[in-house]
Design a protein around this ligand. Structure first.
Ligand code: 5GP
Length: 201
């Protein structure tokens, strides 16, 4: 059985990656979502162990010190990190794993797992991004301004990703991500053993 893919998905805050991934997960039973640890407080409706592991700064630091984080970063005043164990176990079982992380973490993953596939979800315009961020209605004005400023700094990092998917129409963006997954699975470097098997006596 071949190792599962590691898919890194980044987008500026409110870039719509959550909606795209939700749809993708409904269509693809081979996908698993990594649950990150964060020091951020839960938003209404968010559950510990499902959306995030909500931890204290001390608990977060302990996970880092024990070498249990694949990557971690500070984002708008809070820490976020990917627990290593589940990602490695799922991939070994042939399941594809998605990391929904910001751009500093995305850059770290490229170093620790160079075989990962990275996708940057870009908004169609800055106006649309701002509208989506306000439409969420969960942040105060100061946080919205901070997130927009962060988005302007994040967008240039899109150039370092393997793929850029524009999130205009949801169905198109989901189809684009599925197409990427499908072709990545067919890459010759991931399928060398197929050729050997063909010629085996
Ligand atoms: P939010 O607070 O809106 O849930 O997430 C803020 C940002 O942190 C988003 O861009 C999200 O993708 C990112 N993020 C979530 N989990 C992780 C993680 O484990 N590592 C890193 N580097 N970023 C994360």
């Amino acid at each position: 059985m071949s190792k599962g893919l590691l898919l890194v998905v980044s987008a500026p805050s409110a870039g719509g990656k959550g909606t795209i991934l939700k749809e993708l997960f409904q269509q693809d039973p081979n996908l698993r979502m990594s649950v990150s640890a964060t020091t951020r407080k839960p938003r209404p409706g968010e559950e510990h162990g499902k959306h995030y592991y909500f931890v204290t700064r001390e608990e977060f630091q302990e996970m880092v010190d024990d070498g249990n984080m694949l990557e971690y970063a500070e984002y708008v005043g809070n820490c976020y990190g990917t627990p290593k164990g589940p990602v490695e176990r799922w991939r070994a079982d042939g399941l594809d794993v998605v990391l929904e992380i910001e751009v500093q973490g995305g850059a770290q993953i490229k170093c620790v797992a160079p075989d990962c596939v990275s996708i940057f979800i870009a908004p169609p315009s800055m106006e649309v991004l701002e509208k989506r961020l306000r439409g969420r209605g969960t942040e105060d004005e100061e946080t919205i301004q901070k997130r927009l400023e962060t988005a302007r700094k994040e967008i240039p990092h899109g150039k370092n990703y393997d793929y850029i998917v524009v999130n205009d129409r949801l169905e198109d963006a989901v189809a684009d991500v599925r197409a990427i997954l499908r072709s990545e699975k067919m890459k010759s470097e991931r399928n060398a053993e197929l050729i050997e098997k063909l010629l085996a006596p």
